[in-house]
Design a binder for this molecule. Structure first.
Ligand code: PNS
Length: 176
């Protein structure tokens, strides 16, 4: 059997239990799995690159064949640099399919030798997304079961510090 290195790319803003479920599944079938955070997304992330990296490193330490990294530029070029033969992506519901197909076929056009492998997370995570998690955290609802404890803690700290910053900005506007 060939020893396959796969890249699991994404924004991970923040890491959810759905991502972790996929990482665990990927770690079982690939010889080496590199979870890689996209550096320069057009989106303004909630967590900085180093914050996202810290959470991913802590939560994936239990799988010895899983590494955490980051990249910018084209995924196919990054995969070449890492000697990877596959890209791992998760498909939750049919709604993910169109976007994922578009990315997989674009990557295939750019690098025919790089295969995209889709895996499904556990059914209980099929509705879960980082976007929803950010919204739930901002509105103060419980995050239990959606993200690891560490991520929940970081989300609470982030939301609290955003509220403090907004209050301080309001106070300084009033004083002027
Ligand atoms: O978690 P996300 O935001 O859905 O991940 C998207 C990601 C990082 C996989 C995608 O944006 C990506 O691969 N970007 C790198 C740029 C690239 O290679 N684009 C061309 C192929 S789509």
């Amino acid at each position: 059997m060939k020893k396959i290195t796969a890249i699991y790319p994404g924004s991970f803003d923040p890491l959810t239990n759905g991502h972790l479920d996929l990482i665990e599944r990927g770690s079982k079938i690939f010889h080496r799995l590199i979870v890689s955070i996209l550096k320069n997304s057009e989106k303004q992330p909630l967590f900085s690159l180093s914050e996202r990296r810290e959470m991913l490193v802590a939560m994936t330490a239990r799988w010895k064949n899983v590494e955490v990294d980051s990249f910018d530029g084209l995924l196919v070029d990054y995969a070449d640099r890492k000697g990877a033969q596959a890209v791992l992506r998760g498909i939750r519901a049919i709604s993910d399919y169109e976007y994922e197909l578009q990315m997989a076929l674009t990557n295939r056009k750019l690098r025919p030798s790089l295969e995209t492998v889709f895996m499904m997370p556990a059914g209980r995570y099929s509705y879960l997304s980082s976007k929803l998690v950010r919204e739930i955290a901002t509105l103060g609802a419980p995050l239990e079961g959606l993200v690891p404890r560490l991520v929940e803690q970081r989300l609470r700290e982030k939301v609290d510090s955003d509220i403090r910053e907004r209050r301080a900005a309001r106070r300084s506007r009033k004083r002027r």
